[in-house]
Design a protein around this ligand. Structure first.
Ligand code: C2E
Ligand code: MG
Ligand code: MG
Length: 244
C-alpha cells in the first residue's frame, strides 16, 4: 500500500488549458522517502510485479479522472504508462475493459502510453493488443519518441494516434541546432500523418513559445507543473490553472 500515483498536466499549447493528465507511479515509504519509477520499475519488470502495479496505477487514475469528470470537465483524460511485461503476458485488453466498466468511465477518458522497447519483445502480439484497445475507444501514445529504435514503420503499422517527443530533444534544442531541427521535423511529420504531438519536458517559457509557434499540439513539463498528488491535480482542474 506504499504505491501511489502523481499526476502531471498535459496542456493545449495554443490556449494554455489543461486537457489531460499523465499518471506517474511513486513509491512513498512510511519514512516519507519517495522512490522514483526509474529506480524500481526495472526490478518490478523482472519480478513480474509490474503488471499488478500498473493496474493499481490505472485504477487510481480512473478514480481521479472520474472526480474531474464529475466536477463538470467532461473532455478531460488521463494517460497511463504500460510496461513491456504487460504487452507480453496476461490479458491487458480484458483487464482494462473490466476496469473501465467497473469505474463506469468512457473509454475516451483513458489513454495509454507505450514505448518502442515495450512493443519490441513481440511485435505481433503487441499489435493485436493495441488494435483491440484502440477498437474499445482508447487512444494510444508512442512515448519517448526519437529514442530507442524509432522505427518509422511503427507509425504505419501500429494504431498510434499521439506521438510524445522525448524530453532529451526538448532540453537541448535551444543550444543544439540538430536537436531543434529534429523537433521541428517530428512535429511536421506528425501533422502530415495525422497524429497529435506532445512535447515532454518543457521547462522554460522560451521552449514553450518555440513549440507553440511550431504548432505542436500539447506540452508537458516543469514549466507548467511538476507531477502532483491527486488532490492537487483535482484542485488545478477546478481552478483551470497550473497554480494552486
Ligand atoms: P515517461 O512516461 O516518459 O514520463 C515522463 C517523465 O519525465 C516522468 O518521470 C516525469 O516526472 C518527468 N518529467 C516531466 N516533466 C519534466 C521536465 O520538465 N523536466 C524533467 N527533467 N523531467 C520531467 P518519472 O515520473 O520519474 O517517470 C519515469 C518513467 O517511468 C516514465 O517516463 C515511464 O516510462 C515510467 N513510469 C512512470 N509511471 C509508470 C507506471 O505507472 N507504469 C509503468 N509501466 N511505467 C511508469
Ligand atoms: Mg509516459
Ligand atoms: Mg516519455
Amino acid at each position: 500500500k506504499e504505491l501511489t500515483a502523481y499526476y502531471q498536466p498535459k496542456v493545449l499549447l495554443s490556449s494554455g488549458d489543461i486537457v489531460g493528465w499523465e499518471a506517474l507511479v511513486r513509491w512513498q515509504k512510511p519514512s516519507g522517502t519517495m522512490v522514483y519509477p526509474n529506480d524500481f520499475i526495472p526490478l518490478a519488470e523482472e519480478s513480474g510485479l509490474v503488471a499488478p502495479m500498473s493496474m493499481q496505477v490505472l485504477e487510481h487514475s480512473l478514480t481521479v479522472i472520474k472526480k474531474m469528470i464529475n466536477d463538470g470537465y467532461s473532455d478531460i483524460s488521463v494517460s497511463v504508462n504500460l510496461s513491456a511485461r504487460q504487452m507480453e503476458y496476461g490479458d491487458i485488453v480484458k483487464d482494462i475493459q473490466s476496469a473501465i466498466d467497473r469505474f463506469n468511465v468512457q473509454p475516451g477518458a483513458l489513454k495509454l502510453e507505450v514505448t518502442e522497447t515495450a512493443l519490441m519483445k513481440d511485435l505481433d502480439k503487441s499489435l493485436t493488443k493495441l488494435k483491440a484497445l484502440r477498437d474499445i475507444g482508447i487512444e494510444i501514445s508512442m512515448d519517448d519518441f526519437g529514442t530507442g529504435f524509432s522505427s518509422l514503420d511503427y507509425l504505419i503499422s501500429l494504431p498510434i494516434s499521439i506521438l510524445k517527443i522525448d524530453k532529451s530533444f526538448i532540453q537541448i534544442m535551444s543550444t543544439n541546432e540538430r536537436a531543434k531541427a529534429i523537433v521541428e521535423s517530428v512535429i511536421g511529420l506528425s501533422q502530415k500523418i495525422g497524429v497529435q504531438v506532445v512535447s515532454e519536458g518543457i521547462e522554460t517559457p522560451q521552449e514553450m513559445e518555440f513549440l507553440r509557434d511550431l504548432k505542436c499540439d500539447y506540452g508537458q513539463g516543469y514549466y507548467f507543473s511538476r507531477p502532483v498528488p491527486a488532490e492537487i491535480a483535482i484542485e488545478m482542474v477546478r481552478n483551470q490553472s497550473c497554480e494552486v
